[in-house]
Design a protein around this ligand. Sequence first.
Ligand code: 2P0
Length: 316
Amino acid sequence: MTTATARAHTNIALIKYWGKKDAALMLPYTSSVSLTLADFYTDTTVTFDADLTEDRFELDGRSQPTTKISAFLDQVRALAGTKAYAQVASANHVPTAAGLASSASAYAALALAASSAAGLNLTPRALSRLARRGSGSATRSIFGGLAIWHRGTDDASSYAEALPATTLPLRMLVVMVDAGPKPIGSRQLMANTVATSPYYPAWVEHNEAAAQAMVQALAANDFSKIGELTEESSAQMHAAILASHPAFTYFQPATIEVWHAVQAMREAGLPAYATMDAGPNVKILTLAPYVAAVKAALPAGLTVTTTAAGPAARLL
Ligand code: 2P0
């Protein structure tokens, strides 16, 4: 029996990933840039056990279906040359009230715990490629702080790496609009956007330049440029989604209300920028000195969780 426990933090894309060029290898059409978050993470223990007759998976103490987890573990077994089944136990420390998805932290933690338990000692780059096979956004959660996922052209060249730390005291406010289940999952919707949105080619064409501009803005500690690029990448992704067949948006009335509040904050001189993912909740990028003022300028009655940059995935 061999066992390992890992912790990985979730991340929010500043330049978004939306759409796969190769669904089997999980290669994206575009590169993306993200901020790993301190307060939201997953702990996962993997135990390979020659006596097991199938994989087992528990999340927060409850038994779960193993189809996706077993497909992922097959990648690890192939790398390690083992046939043993595994017991996987995960605990999500992503408050329901934050309304954040956890597949990024989940598959980054699973990649590190499973590869370690199988006796592999993967480099961060190899871990990032492995995490990618579980979930695209997990590719970036191997790294702390700022990360870029290079889209690449094949399995070997599609990986994330850490970007130099910014001196800016970045803060992310997660504004919960609706904690309920999504009407449509991101995997299915991104495939439909690729297949049907006339704006998808424009999204792809624009994205690499946006990712490079973001890398430069981060290196220059240029917060207004970082914020503009963040808000624009989100708007462009949601525009491509909106233009799909059938037309669709994750936005709810309160999503727009919060976004308008953020625009009003900027007009009033507050450095704050909004970004939305595969759901109605709004994340606001700002700087530490302005957190209280941003919170005070939000519509009343919404749950807000504030967090800073978090660390890389690690063994516990
Ligand atoms: C991102 N999102 O860059 C984008 C922005 C949501 C909007 O990655 O199919 O769970 O497992 O690769 O990573 C959410 O989708 O999808 C996501 P799969 P994933 O963070």
